[in-house]
Design a protein around this ligand. Structure first.
Ligand code: URA
Length: 438
Protein backbone atom coordinates (compact mmCIF):
# COMPACT_ATOMS: atom_id res chain seq x y z
CA UNK A 1 0.00 0.00 0.00
CA UNK A 2 1.28 3.49 -0.84
CA UNK A 3 0.36 6.75 0.83
CA UNK A 4 0.48 8.43 -2.59
CA UNK A 5 -2.37 6.21 -3.83
CA UNK A 6 -4.46 6.91 -0.73
CA UNK A 7 -4.10 10.67 -1.21
CA UNK A 8 -4.96 10.34 -4.91
CA UNK A 9 -8.03 8.20 -4.15
CA UNK A 10 -9.42 10.74 -1.70
CA UNK A 11 -8.50 13.66 -3.96
CA UNK A 12 -10.67 12.07 -6.66
CA UNK A 13 -13.58 11.65 -4.22
CA UNK A 14 -13.20 7.93 -3.46
CA UNK A 15 -14.11 6.32 -0.15
CA UNK A 16 -11.09 4.96 1.76
CA UNK A 17 -11.19 1.40 3.05
CA UNK A 18 -10.62 0.59 6.72
CA UNK A 19 -7.27 -0.90 5.78
CA UNK A 20 -6.18 2.29 4.01
CA UNK A 21 -7.25 4.44 6.95
CA UNK A 22 -5.38 2.24 9.45
CA UNK A 23 -2.30 2.24 7.18
CA UNK A 24 -2.32 6.04 7.25
CA UNK A 25 -3.02 6.42 11.01
CA UNK A 26 -0.39 3.85 12.04
CA UNK A 27 2.21 5.17 9.60
CA UNK A 28 1.65 8.78 10.63
CA UNK A 29 1.75 8.01 14.37
CA UNK A 30 5.02 6.11 14.10
CA UNK A 31 6.59 8.78 11.86
CA UNK A 32 6.80 6.57 8.75
CA UNK A 33 4.39 8.83 6.86
CA UNK A 34 5.71 12.41 6.73
CA UNK A 35 3.73 15.52 7.64
CA UNK A 36 3.53 16.71 4.02
CA UNK A 37 1.65 13.57 2.92
CA UNK A 38 -0.61 13.70 5.97
CA UNK A 39 -1.34 17.37 5.21
CA UNK A 40 -2.23 16.53 1.62
CA UNK A 41 -4.63 13.83 2.80
CA UNK A 42 -6.23 16.19 5.34
CA UNK A 43 -6.80 18.77 2.60
CA UNK A 44 -8.28 16.12 0.28
CA UNK A 45 -10.63 15.04 3.10
CA UNK A 46 -11.45 18.68 3.77
CA UNK A 47 -12.69 19.11 0.20
CA UNK A 48 -14.11 15.65 -0.54
CA UNK A 49 -15.41 14.74 2.93
CA UNK A 50 -15.74 11.27 4.44
CA UNK A 51 -18.83 9.10 4.75
CA UNK A 52 -20.12 7.66 8.01
CA UNK A 53 -18.16 4.42 7.69
CA UNK A 54 -14.88 6.17 6.93
CA UNK A 55 -15.40 8.56 9.85
CA UNK A 56 -15.97 5.64 12.20
CA UNK A 57 -12.88 3.80 10.88
CA UNK A 58 -10.75 6.94 11.36
CA UNK A 59 -12.11 7.42 14.89
CA UNK A 60 -11.38 3.82 15.89
CA UNK A 61 -7.91 3.84 14.33
CA UNK A 62 -7.00 7.03 16.21
CA UNK A 63 -8.51 5.76 19.47
CA UNK A 64 -6.44 2.57 19.13
CA UNK A 65 -3.22 4.42 18.26
CA UNK A 66 -2.33 4.52 21.98
CA UNK A 67 -3.55 3.07 25.23
CA UNK A 68 -7.27 2.26 25.50
CA UNK A 69 -8.00 2.88 29.19
CA UNK A 70 -9.55 -0.06 30.98
CA UNK A 71 -11.98 1.19 33.61
CA UNK A 72 -13.44 -2.24 34.39
CA UNK A 73 -11.97 -2.06 37.90
CA UNK A 74 -14.48 0.70 38.63
CA UNK A 75 -17.90 -0.49 39.75
CA UNK A 76 -20.99 0.80 37.93
CA UNK A 77 -21.68 2.43 34.59
CA UNK A 78 -19.00 5.05 33.96
CA UNK A 79 -20.35 8.15 32.19
CA UNK A 80 -17.97 10.70 30.72
CA UNK A 81 -18.79 14.27 29.75
CA UNK A 82 -17.22 16.47 27.12
CA UNK A 83 -17.72 20.07 26.07
CA UNK A 84 -16.61 21.43 22.73
CA UNK A 85 -15.55 24.48 24.73
CA UNK A 86 -16.57 28.02 25.38
CA UNK A 87 -15.99 31.10 27.49
CA UNK A 88 -16.95 30.80 31.17
CA UNK A 89 -17.59 27.08 30.69
CA UNK A 90 -17.04 25.80 34.22
CA UNK A 91 -19.71 23.12 33.90
CA UNK A 92 -17.62 20.12 35.00
CA UNK A 93 -16.85 21.78 38.35
CA UNK A 94 -20.50 21.69 39.44
CA UNK A 95 -21.90 18.94 37.24
CA UNK A 96 -19.43 16.21 38.22
CA UNK A 97 -20.06 16.42 41.99
CA UNK A 98 -23.79 16.57 41.24
CA UNK A 99 -23.87 13.36 39.21
CA UNK A 100 -21.34 11.64 41.49
CA UNK A 101 -23.59 12.44 44.47
CA UNK A 102 -26.37 10.64 42.54
CA UNK A 103 -24.17 7.53 42.27
CA UNK A 104 -22.58 7.91 38.82
CA UNK A 105 -18.84 7.10 39.01
CA UNK A 106 -16.83 9.75 37.16
CA UNK A 107 -13.33 8.86 35.93
CA UNK A 108 -12.29 11.83 33.86
CA UNK A 109 -9.27 12.99 31.93
CA UNK A 110 -9.23 16.74 31.50
CA UNK A 111 -7.03 19.30 29.85
CA UNK A 112 -5.53 22.70 30.56
CA UNK A 113 -6.61 25.88 28.87
CA UNK A 114 -4.82 27.34 25.88
CA UNK A 115 -5.62 30.75 24.41
CA UNK A 116 -8.84 32.38 25.53
CA UNK A 117 -10.70 29.25 26.66
CA UNK A 118 -10.06 27.73 30.06
CA UNK A 119 -9.35 24.17 31.13
CA UNK A 120 -10.87 22.21 34.02
CA UNK A 121 -7.47 21.29 35.46
CA UNK A 122 -6.33 24.93 35.74
CA UNK A 123 -9.60 25.83 37.41
CA UNK A 124 -9.29 22.98 39.92
CA UNK A 125 -5.77 24.12 40.80
CA UNK A 126 -7.45 27.13 42.42
CA UNK A 127 -7.79 24.79 45.41
CA UNK A 128 -4.40 25.11 47.12
CA UNK A 129 -2.47 21.82 46.84
CA UNK A 130 -4.79 20.18 44.28
CA UNK A 131 -2.98 17.61 42.09
CA UNK A 132 -3.92 15.80 38.90
CA UNK A 133 -0.67 13.85 38.34
CA UNK A 134 -2.23 10.65 39.70
CA UNK A 135 -0.95 7.15 39.14
CA UNK A 136 -3.36 4.74 37.47
CA UNK A 137 -3.99 3.08 40.86
CA UNK A 138 -4.72 6.40 42.62
CA UNK A 139 -7.08 7.34 39.79
CA UNK A 140 -9.07 4.09 39.97
CA UNK A 141 -9.08 4.12 43.79
CA UNK A 142 -10.35 7.72 43.79
CA UNK A 143 -13.34 6.77 41.65
CA UNK A 144 -14.15 3.64 43.65
CA UNK A 145 -13.80 5.32 47.05
CA UNK A 146 -14.98 8.89 46.45
CA UNK A 147 -16.93 8.56 43.20
CA UNK A 148 -14.76 11.05 41.28
CA UNK A 149 -11.19 11.25 40.04
CA UNK A 150 -9.77 13.66 37.49
CA UNK A 151 -6.33 13.37 35.98
CA UNK A 152 -4.43 15.14 33.23
CA UNK A 153 -4.59 13.64 29.76
CA UNK A 154 -1.74 11.16 29.34
CA UNK A 155 0.53 11.51 26.30
CA UNK A 156 -0.50 8.01 25.27
CA UNK A 157 -4.21 8.79 24.90
CA UNK A 158 -5.02 8.79 21.16
CA UNK A 159 -1.53 10.00 20.13
CA UNK A 160 -2.53 9.92 16.44
CA UNK A 161 -5.13 12.59 17.12
CA UNK A 162 -2.68 14.70 19.08
CA UNK A 163 -0.25 14.71 16.15
CA UNK A 164 -2.92 15.13 13.51
CA UNK A 165 -4.71 17.93 15.33
CA UNK A 166 -1.45 19.90 15.59
CA UNK A 167 -0.99 19.44 11.84
CA UNK A 168 -4.60 20.43 11.01
CA UNK A 169 -4.18 23.52 13.14
CA UNK A 170 -1.43 24.85 10.86
CA UNK A 171 -2.81 23.62 7.52
CA UNK A 172 -6.30 25.19 7.66
CA UNK A 173 -7.98 21.78 7.90
CA UNK A 174 -9.54 21.92 11.38
CA UNK A 175 -13.10 22.83 10.44
CA UNK A 176 -14.25 19.69 8.70
CA UNK A 177 -17.12 17.87 10.39
CA UNK A 178 -15.76 14.33 10.03
CA UNK A 179 -12.30 15.35 11.18
CA UNK A 180 -13.64 17.18 14.24
CA UNK A 181 -16.05 14.37 15.16
CA UNK A 182 -13.36 11.69 14.84
CA UNK A 183 -10.83 13.80 16.76
CA UNK A 184 -13.13 14.34 19.76
CA UNK A 185 -14.60 10.84 19.76
CA UNK A 186 -11.23 9.08 19.45
CA UNK A 187 -10.12 10.64 22.74
CA UNK A 188 -13.43 9.86 24.42
CA UNK A 189 -13.42 6.22 23.28
CA UNK A 190 -9.82 5.77 24.44
CA UNK A 191 -10.70 7.27 27.84
CA UNK A 192 -12.78 4.16 28.50
CA UNK A 193 -16.19 5.30 29.79
CA UNK A 194 -19.26 3.17 29.05
CA UNK A 195 -21.39 6.14 28.06
CA UNK A 196 -20.87 9.80 27.26
CA UNK A 197 -22.72 13.07 27.25
CA UNK A 198 -21.45 15.71 24.84
CA UNK A 199 -22.11 19.43 25.25
CA UNK A 200 -21.85 20.81 21.72
CA UNK A 201 -21.69 24.60 21.87
CA UNK A 202 -23.02 26.90 19.20
CA UNK A 203 -22.85 30.66 18.79
CA UNK A 204 -20.25 33.38 18.40
CA UNK A 205 -18.04 31.95 21.17
CA UNK A 206 -18.18 28.37 19.91
CA UNK A 207 -16.23 26.38 17.43
CA UNK A 208 -19.48 25.88 15.50
CA UNK A 209 -20.89 29.35 14.94
CA UNK A 210 -24.02 28.11 13.14
CA UNK A 211 -26.62 26.04 14.93
CA UNK A 212 -27.11 23.69 11.98
CA UNK A 213 -23.36 22.91 11.97
CA UNK A 214 -23.41 22.21 15.71
CA UNK A 215 -26.37 19.88 15.20
CA UNK A 216 -24.66 18.08 12.36
CA UNK A 217 -21.53 17.61 14.51
CA UNK A 218 -23.64 16.39 17.43
CA UNK A 219 -25.45 13.88 15.19
CA UNK A 220 -22.18 12.62 13.75
CA UNK A 221 -20.62 12.09 17.19
CA UNK A 222 -23.74 10.37 18.59
CA UNK A 223 -23.67 8.01 15.61
CA UNK A 224 -19.97 7.23 16.13
CA UNK A 225 -20.65 6.53 19.82
CA UNK A 226 -23.58 4.28 18.96
CA UNK A 227 -21.58 2.30 16.41
CA UNK A 228 -18.70 1.95 18.84
CA UNK A 229 -21.11 0.50 21.39
CA UNK A 230 -21.07 3.45 23.82
CA UNK A 231 -24.32 5.09 24.75
CA UNK A 232 -23.95 8.71 23.63
CA UNK A 233 -26.19 11.74 24.10
CA UNK A 234 -25.41 15.21 22.77
CA UNK A 235 -26.84 18.50 24.00
CA UNK A 236 -26.54 21.45 21.63
CA UNK A 237 -26.28 24.54 23.85
CA UNK A 238 -25.87 28.26 23.44
CA UNK A 239 -22.50 30.03 23.42
CA UNK A 240 -23.64 33.37 22.02
CA UNK A 241 -22.63 34.86 25.36
CA UNK A 242 -20.38 33.60 28.16
CA UNK A 243 -21.91 30.86 30.31
CA UNK A 244 -22.97 32.16 33.72
CA UNK A 245 -21.29 35.35 34.87
CA UNK A 246 -17.73 34.47 35.87
CA UNK A 247 -14.80 34.22 33.44
CA UNK A 248 -11.43 33.37 35.04
CA UNK A 249 -10.21 30.34 36.95
CA UNK A 250 -10.86 30.93 40.68
CA UNK A 251 -13.85 33.15 39.87
CA UNK A 252 -15.40 30.27 37.94
CA UNK A 253 -14.70 27.86 40.81
CA UNK A 254 -16.51 30.24 43.15
CA UNK A 255 -19.46 30.42 40.76
CA UNK A 256 -19.62 26.62 40.56
CA UNK A 257 -19.63 26.40 44.38
CA UNK A 258 -22.33 29.09 44.55
CA UNK A 259 -24.34 26.95 42.13
CA UNK A 260 -23.94 23.90 44.37
CA UNK A 261 -25.28 26.16 47.14
CA UNK A 262 -28.33 27.06 45.03
CA UNK A 263 -27.07 30.63 44.49
CA UNK A 264 -25.57 30.38 40.99
CA UNK A 265 -26.70 32.02 37.75
CA UNK A 266 -29.87 30.55 36.27
CA UNK A 267 -28.41 29.62 32.86
CA UNK A 268 -25.51 27.76 34.42
CA UNK A 269 -27.74 25.84 36.84
CA UNK A 270 -30.07 24.92 33.97
CA UNK A 271 -27.21 23.61 31.82
CA UNK A 272 -25.94 21.50 34.74
CA UNK A 273 -29.44 20.07 35.30
CA UNK A 274 -29.86 19.28 31.59
CA UNK A 275 -26.45 17.64 31.14
CA UNK A 276 -26.78 15.95 34.53
CA UNK A 277 -30.15 14.46 33.58
CA UNK A 278 -28.61 13.03 30.41
CA UNK A 279 -25.75 11.55 32.47
CA UNK A 280 -28.15 9.97 34.96
CA UNK A 281 -30.23 8.50 32.13
CA UNK A 282 -27.14 7.20 30.33
CA UNK A 283 -25.86 5.73 33.60
CA UNK A 284 -29.16 4.01 34.40
CA UNK A 285 -29.75 6.06 37.60
CA UNK A 286 -33.09 7.46 36.43
CA UNK A 287 -35.96 6.24 34.27
CA UNK A 288 -36.89 9.60 32.80
CA UNK A 289 -35.86 13.26 32.72
CA UNK A 290 -38.29 14.24 35.45
CA UNK A 291 -36.86 11.69 37.88
CA UNK A 292 -33.29 12.66 36.92
CA UNK A 293 -33.91 16.36 37.57
CA UNK A 294 -35.57 15.55 40.90
CA UNK A 295 -32.52 13.54 42.01
CA UNK A 296 -30.15 16.31 40.94
CA UNK A 297 -32.19 19.01 42.70
CA UNK A 298 -32.18 16.84 45.81
CA UNK A 299 -28.36 16.53 45.95
CA UNK A 300 -28.11 20.29 45.52
CA UNK A 301 -30.68 21.01 48.23
CA UNK A 302 -29.34 18.55 50.83
CA UNK A 303 -25.70 19.62 50.35
CA UNK A 304 -24.47 16.20 49.24
CA UNK A 305 -23.17 17.52 45.88
CA UNK A 306 -21.11 20.14 47.69
CA UNK A 307 -19.79 17.59 50.20
CA UNK A 308 -18.85 15.37 47.23
CA UNK A 309 -16.80 18.22 45.74
CA UNK A 310 -15.02 18.74 49.08
CA UNK A 311 -14.15 15.03 49.41
CA UNK A 312 -12.88 14.89 45.84
CA UNK A 313 -10.71 18.02 46.33
CA UNK A 314 -9.28 16.61 49.55
CA UNK A 315 -8.61 13.21 47.99
CA UNK A 316 -6.49 14.87 45.33
CA UNK A 317 -4.41 16.87 47.81
CA UNK A 318 -6.42 20.11 47.74
CA UNK A 319 -7.66 22.14 50.69
CA UNK A 320 -11.37 21.25 51.06
CA UNK A 321 -12.04 24.18 53.41
CA UNK A 322 -12.06 26.44 50.33
CA UNK A 323 -15.26 24.65 49.25
CA UNK A 324 -16.97 25.96 52.39
CA UNK A 325 -15.18 29.32 52.56
CA UNK A 326 -14.54 30.65 49.05
CA UNK A 327 -12.53 33.59 50.43
CA UNK A 328 -9.70 31.02 50.71
CA UNK A 329 -9.54 30.75 46.89
CA UNK A 330 -6.95 32.90 45.07
CA UNK A 331 -8.16 36.52 45.02
CA UNK A 332 -7.02 39.52 42.96
CA UNK A 333 -5.76 42.74 44.60
CA UNK A 334 -7.72 45.07 42.30
CA UNK A 335 -11.49 44.67 41.93
CA UNK A 336 -13.13 47.48 40.01
CA UNK A 337 -16.30 48.09 37.98
CA UNK A 338 -16.35 48.40 34.20
CA UNK A 339 -18.91 51.17 33.55
CA UNK A 340 -21.32 50.79 30.63
CA UNK A 341 -20.25 53.31 27.96
CA UNK A 342 -23.86 54.05 26.93
CA UNK A 343 -27.46 53.26 27.87
CA UNK A 344 -29.36 50.59 25.98
CA UNK A 345 -30.23 46.93 25.65
CA UNK A 346 -27.26 44.62 25.33
CA UNK A 347 -27.57 43.34 21.78
CA UNK A 348 -24.37 41.30 21.39
CA UNK A 349 -21.44 40.06 23.46
CA UNK A 350 -18.46 38.76 21.48
CA UNK A 351 -17.48 35.83 23.72
CA UNK A 352 -13.98 35.44 22.29
CA UNK A 353 -13.20 39.06 23.17
CA UNK A 354 -14.34 38.50 26.76
CA UNK A 355 -12.08 35.45 26.88
CA UNK A 356 -9.19 37.49 25.49
CA UNK A 357 -9.80 40.22 28.09
CA UNK A 358 -9.36 37.56 30.79
CA UNK A 359 -6.23 36.30 29.01
CA UNK A 360 -4.80 39.84 28.99
CA UNK A 361 -5.29 40.00 32.75
CA UNK A 362 -3.06 36.92 32.99
CA UNK A 363 -5.87 34.36 33.39
CA UNK A 364 -5.05 32.37 30.24
CA UNK A 365 -2.02 30.91 28.49
CA UNK A 366 -0.45 32.64 25.50
CA UNK A 367 1.77 29.60 24.99
CA UNK A 368 1.77 26.05 26.38
CA UNK A 369 4.38 27.03 29.00
CA UNK A 370 2.84 30.30 30.26
CA UNK A 371 2.17 30.52 33.98
CA UNK A 372 -1.37 31.68 34.63
CA UNK A 373 -2.78 33.91 37.36
CA UNK A 374 -5.68 31.95 38.84
CA UNK A 375 -7.18 34.93 40.66
CA UNK A 376 -7.96 37.29 37.76
CA UNK A 377 -10.90 37.57 35.38
CA UNK A 378 -14.26 39.23 34.97
CA UNK A 379 -17.67 38.82 36.54
CA UNK A 380 -20.40 39.99 34.16
CA UNK A 381 -23.22 42.01 35.61
CA UNK A 382 -25.56 42.00 32.63
CA UNK A 383 -26.52 39.56 29.89
CA UNK A 384 -27.79 39.83 26.32
CA UNK A 385 -31.26 41.42 26.40
CA UNK A 386 -30.70 43.29 29.71
CA UNK A 387 -31.10 47.06 29.78
CA UNK A 388 -28.18 49.01 31.27
CA UNK A 389 -27.81 52.72 32.03
CA UNK A 390 -24.59 54.51 31.03
CA UNK A 391 -22.10 54.37 33.90
CA UNK A 392 -23.67 51.30 35.56
CA UNK A 393 -21.22 48.44 36.06
CA UNK A 394 -21.33 46.17 33.04
CA UNK A 395 -18.95 43.83 34.85
CA UNK A 396 -16.43 43.65 37.69
CA UNK A 397 -12.83 43.29 36.68
CA UNK A 398 -10.43 41.34 38.95
CA UNK A 399 -6.77 42.15 38.31
CA UNK A 400 -3.35 42.26 39.90
CA UNK A 401 -1.80 44.83 37.58
CA UNK A 402 -3.37 48.22 36.78
CA UNK A 403 -1.80 48.37 33.31
CA UNK A 404 -3.18 44.97 32.37
CA UNK A 405 -6.54 45.98 33.84
CA UNK A 406 -6.74 49.02 31.52
CA UNK A 407 -5.82 46.92 28.49
CA UNK A 408 -8.33 44.22 29.40
CA UNK A 409 -11.08 46.75 30.06
CA UNK A 410 -10.69 48.28 26.60
CA UNK A 411 -10.82 44.84 25.00
CA UNK A 412 -13.82 43.83 27.10
CA UNK A 413 -15.82 46.94 26.19
CA UNK A 414 -15.14 46.29 22.51
CA UNK A 415 -17.07 43.00 22.90
CA UNK A 416 -20.38 44.77 23.55
CA UNK A 417 -23.01 46.15 21.19
CA UNK A 418 -26.04 48.08 22.43
CA UNK A 419 -29.47 48.67 20.97
CA UNK A 420 -32.27 51.13 21.69
CA UNK A 421 -34.87 48.45 20.93
CA UNK A 422 -35.45 45.42 23.17
CA UNK A 423 -33.37 42.37 22.24
CA UNK A 424 -34.50 38.78 22.57
CA UNK A 425 -31.96 36.21 23.59
CA UNK A 426 -32.15 32.69 22.12
CA UNK A 427 -32.79 29.52 24.18
CA UNK A 428 -29.95 28.02 26.19
CA UNK A 429 -30.70 24.43 25.16
CA UNK A 430 -31.16 24.14 21.41
CA UNK A 431 -31.56 20.40 20.98
CA UNK A 432 -30.87 17.05 22.62
CA UNK A 433 -29.74 14.24 20.32
CA UNK A 434 -29.54 10.58 21.23
CA UNK A 435 -31.57 8.07 23.14
CA UNK A 436 -33.32 9.90 25.94
CA UNK A 437 -36.64 9.03 27.56
CA UNK A 438 -38.74 12.01 28.64
N1 URA B 1 -11.51 19.65 19.51
C1 URA B 1 -10.85 18.52 19.25
O1 URA B 1 -10.48 17.78 20.15
N2 URA B 1 -10.62 18.21 17.96
C2 URA B 1 -11.02 18.98 16.93
O2 URA B 1 -10.78 18.62 15.79
C3 URA B 1 -11.70 20.16 17.22
C4 URA B 1 -11.93 20.47 18.53
Amino acid sequence: MRMYDIIMKKREGGALSGEEIRFFVNGFTTGRIPDYQASALMMAIYFQGMDERETLELTLAMAQSGEMLDLSAIRGIKVDKHSTGGVGDKTSLALIPMVAACGIPVAKMSGRGLGHTGGTIDKLESFPGFRTDLTREQFLRGVNEIGIAIMGQTADLAPADKKLYALRDVTATVDNMSLIASSIMSKKLAAGADAMVLDVKTGNGAFMKKEEDAQALALEMVEIGRQAGRRTIAVVSDMDQPLGRAVGNALEVKEAIDTLDGKGPEDFRELCLTLGSCMLLAGGKAENVEEARRLLCQVLADGSAKRKLARFVENQGGDPSAVYDTSLLPAASIVRPVPAPESGYIAHIACDEVGIASLLLGGGRETKDSVIDLSVGLVLNARVGDYVHAGEPLAWLHANDAGKADQAQARFLGAYEFSDAPVKCGPLIKRIIGEIHT
